[in-house]
Design a protein around this ligand. Sequence first.
Ligand SMILES: Nc1nc2c(ncn2[C@@H]2O[C@H](COP(=O)(O)OP(=O)(O)OP(=O)(O)O)[C@@H](O)[C@H]2O)c(=O)[nH]1
Ligand SMILES: [Mg+2]
Length: 279
Amino acid sequence: MEHIHWYPGHIAKAEKKLKEQINIVDVVIEVIDARLPQSSIYPDIEKLLKDKPRLILMNKADLADIEQTKNWQKVIKEKTKCPVLATCASDNKDLSKILNKVTELGQPKIIALVKKGLLPRAVRVMVVGMPNVGKSSIINKLIKKTKAKTGAKAGVTREQQWVRINPKVDLLDTPGIIPLKQEDQNRAYKLAFVDSIGENAYDVEAVADIFIKEVNKIYPDLLKEYYKLEDVEVNLVNIALKRNWIVSGAKADTKRTAQNILNDFRLGRLGRLTLDRYE
Ligand SMILES: Nc1nc2c(ncn2[C@@H]2O[C@H](COP(=O)(O)OP(=O)(O)OP(=O)(O)O)[C@@H](O)[C@H]2O)c(=O)[nH]1
Ligand SMILES: [Mg+2]
């Protein structure tokens, strides 16, 4: 089995950058993928945050199993002691909830400033998360409401901009990208399912094979029915033959099939699936 590879040099650099960004904010919004509430959360984030408050967004909730999302929301909240909201980037209904939570989480910091004799100011917040979880979509959603750029503040690198969301909240317009560094291959495969890992880091057929096994475990008849496999085993070859994805004569095009299956999942065509299970 081919392993998924990381690049340690990049990881050190990415972590350093993330640390610097976190240093200048009061509150961090961590975006995770609701389909993988366990695998897409950053295991080391508490070390980076120290005691900085965090709001967790289970984004892409529109693609996840509703019941599982509710359960995970509770579990993550208890485990992390952080507020947890389920969100969908294209839906603005959760916007005020996000902003209320951020304001509330940042309040102790502002009160502390005032106690020191400083003027009260807006809560400074940034969005962090693994690749492709929806960080930019969340930032755009937050910004769209006002679009008033406040310009760079002292002590902040030039390439980063603060955007005033409302009188109480300033958002850093650049997300913090959480580097993937876990040695745990199971987790890496799951992150590959949701396109959180660059395709050149893994073998698409191996990932699709594992995807099929995982889905069969959790939703036993789903793939069989979706690909209309009736009496044959659910695997790449049988799906390829059924769909007529063939190369050179009568050979199953398993690579194309693997890509198509993952694509069907990523686009929500297989339905609302959560692939980390809360038992
Ligand atoms: N269905 C659904 N799609 C979403 C949601 N949020 C984001 N997306 C889609 O997911 C893809 C990635 O979203 P981005 O906002 O670019 O994610 P990102 O975390 O900024 O990604 P990187 O910058 O690559 O790390 C895009 O195609 C979005 O349209 C959501 O809540 N639901
Ligand atoms: Mg982005």
